[in-house]
Design a protein around this ligand. Structure first.
Ligand code: ADP
Ligand code: IPE
Length: 271
């Protein structure tokens, strides 16, 4: 039977998020795509959904135009939102072009044209296009984007939210986040070098344990780092989901292990 997994490659992996000018890690990206190709060749029954983040380009513009609470009929913010979209499309195009170089049938599906939100929740999604994409034996590639919102005009839709929304819709058994940390630590390892890596945790323990601090990104970021990933997970739990993995995407070899029982990183489970 076909197994569905969702991989979100964070902007912290794709770009140097601490440099405000868009700076794509092209060599790493090539290595990641080559390893994904190897994985797909060895896993014939895998249905993969790919999502990417915005990284330095989109986040810096969204921050500059103060877009965290949407456009709200502000003409300056409206143009800012479109500048974010442009930056995201440029990043998307770079990933697409590498996938084509390696003959992988990855199809960019522009999130801004498929998704509608209301007060920060996804309330509309053009599933037919995704279904046709699977039928055409292709791998959809979506991304965190400024999307239309019924209340705020246009709002930030993170790749994290898209990942959990689609996990529910397509009965994914696993969602993986490639990020710039080895996994979830007792607190942000960029802020405390002595923070300890959590290898396994139930979702309940992760949010209840007072010794664990989940916070925003140490980089310029309008969507809230690890904290937002766990909030999005809590709000969009899916019965099909067996675990969620957060792993270091700066190590390309980790992309060969996406389907292993115990891949590198932190495993969050639900029992
Ligand atoms: P991505 O761009 O890969 O989606 P984010 O920047 O949104 O990733 O989130 C990753 C960041 O979350 C890390 O770089 C780190 O600064 C921050 N973070 C906050 N709390 C933690 C924690 N407890 N463990 C690991 N990282 C954390
Ligand atoms: C951000 O998406 C989308 C924007 C419009 C800024 P993400 O939150 O998924 O991006 P990364 O992974 O943190 O860069």
């Amino acid at each position: 039977m076909e197994k569905t997994i969702i991989l979100k490659i964070g902007g912290s992996v794709l770009t140097r998020k601490n440099i405000q000018k868009p700076s794509v890690r092209k060599k790493l990206l090539r290595e990641i795509i080559q390893n994904l190709k190897k994985l797909l060749a060895s896993e014939k029954n895998l249905r993969l959904i790919l999502i990417h983040g915005a990284g330095s380009g989109g986040h810096t513009i969204a921050h500059t135009y103060n877009l965290s609470h949407g456009v709200c009929d502000d003409p300056i913010k409206r143009i800012g939102a479109l500048k974010v979209r442009y930056a995201n499309q440029i990043l998307n195009e770079k990933i697409f072009s590498i996938c084509i170089d390696y003959d992988i049938p990855v199809v960019p599906l522009h999130s801004g044209s498929l998704i509608g939100m209301k007060k920060g929740n996804i309330v509309y999604f053009s599933h037919t296009i995704l279904d046709l994409c699977f039928k055409n034996k292709s791998i959809p590639l979506l991304y965190g984007e400024m999307v239309f919102d019924e209340e705020t005009g246009m709002a930030v839709c993170s790749g994290d939210l898209i990942a959990f929304y689609l996990a529910k819709k397509y009965n994914a058994s696993r969602v993986l986040f490639a990020s710039d940390v080895e996994g979830i630590y007792s607190e942000d390892p960029f802020k405390n070098k002595n923070a300890s890596l959590i290898k396994n945790s139930s979702l309940k323990d992760l949010v209840k344990n007072k010794k664990i601090t989940l916070s925003g990104s140490h980089n310029v970021d309008v969507t809230g780092g690890i904290y937002n990933k766990i909030q999005s997970l809590k709000n969009n739990l899916s019965p099909s989901l067996q675990d969620v993995i957060i792993f270091n995407g700066l190590r390309p070899e980790n992309f060969l292990s996406l389907t292993k029982k115990n891949p590198p990183g932190t495993k969050i489970f639900f029992s």
